[in-house]
Write a protein that binds this ligand. Sequence first.
Ligand code: FAD
Length: 289
Amino acid sequence: MKPAAFEYVVANSIEQAVAVLAQAGGDAKILAGGQSLVPMLNFRLLRPAILVDINRIPDLAFIEDVGDAVKIGALTRHHQLETSPVIAKHFPILSYAMTHVAHLAIRNRGTIGGSLSHADPAAELPMMALLLSAKLHIISGRGKRIVEAREFFLDALTVDLAEDELLTEIHLPKLPPHTGWGFEEVARRAGDFALAAVAATITMSAGAMKEARIALTGVAPTPVRASEAEALLVGQKSETKLMAHVTEAVRAAIEPETDLHASSDYRRHLAGALAGRVLAAALQRAGAT
Ligand SMILES: Cc1cc2nc3c(=O)[nH]c(=O)nc-3n(C[C@H](O)[C@H](O)[C@H](O)COP(=O)(O)OP(=O)(O)OC[C@H]3O[C@@H](n4cnc5c(N)ncnc54)[C@H](O)[C@@H]3O)c2cc1C
C-alpha cells in the first residue's frame, strides 16, 4: 500500500517544527527515523495532512556528558547510542540493550525520540528510559515541560505527548558507584521485537543491596517497573534465598497478552526466569559475588 497524500515540510529549526505543529491543529505528524511511522502511513493506519521532517534540525542529535547526567538529543540514532563511548562508560546496559533493537539498517535510521514517542509495548528504549529514570524534555508553542519516564508511558502506543509537542532531549541521571547491571531478552529471531525482556541494576553499599531496579518490556501494554520485587531486594546481601519471592513478584507485576508469537502464560514464566538471570548478572557486576 502507499500512504494517503500529505504535505511534506522540512523543519530547519525546533522553532519552525513547533510552529508547523501548532498551526496544523493536530493534523501533523513528526517524521524522525520513519521506521515506525512510514509503515503506519503505508498501511493507512495514520493519515496526517502534514509530515514535519525533523531530520535536518541541527543540534537535535547528540550525546553529552553533563556531570551528573547524560543528555541525549531526540534525533540520536539507535546505532549512535549502541556505539557511543559516553553511553558505554556510564550506561553499558543501554549500549548492550541497543544491540537487541531490530537490525543494523533500522538502527541506522531509528531515533530515541521516535522510539519513546511511538512506545511499542515490546520496544527496548521505553523500558530503558523507565529503568534509568529518564527525564523527557518536551517543547510546544505553549512552552516547555519535563516529564519523568514513569509518567510518560500511558498505554500501548500512547504517551503523554500532545499532538503539537516535540520531544527534544532525554536526560539520564548517572547511576551511583558500585552499580551492576543485567539484561536478557528472548525473541523468536534475532532482531524481532521481544517476547519478553528484563533489565536490572543493583547498587551495593556496605555489602548489601542499597537500590534495585527491575524493568520489563513485551509483557504489558507499557514498560513496567517491578517495584514490589525491587523492594524485596533492598537491604539484602544476596538474591539467592529470596529468588522464589522475587520471581513471583515480577510475574505479579505484569499483564502479558497472548498473541501469535507466545501465550500469556509463557511470557509470564519467561519474565520470571529472565529476572533471575539479570539479577544474578547485576550482582556479579556490582562486585557482590
Ligand atoms: C522491521 C523492524 C523491526 C523493528 N524491531 C524493533 C525492535 O526489536 N525493538 C524496537 O524497540 N524497535 C524496533 N523497531 C522500531 C524502530 O526502533 C523504530 O526506529 C522506532 O520505534 C521509531 O523510531 P523512528 O525514529 O523511526 O520514529 P518514526 O517512525 O519517525 O516516528 C515514530 C512516531 O514517533 C513520533 N515522533 C518521532 N520523533 C518524535 C519526537 N522527537 N517528538 C515527538 N514525536 C516524535 C512520530 O510522529 C511517530 O508518531 C523495528 C522497526 C522495524 C521496521
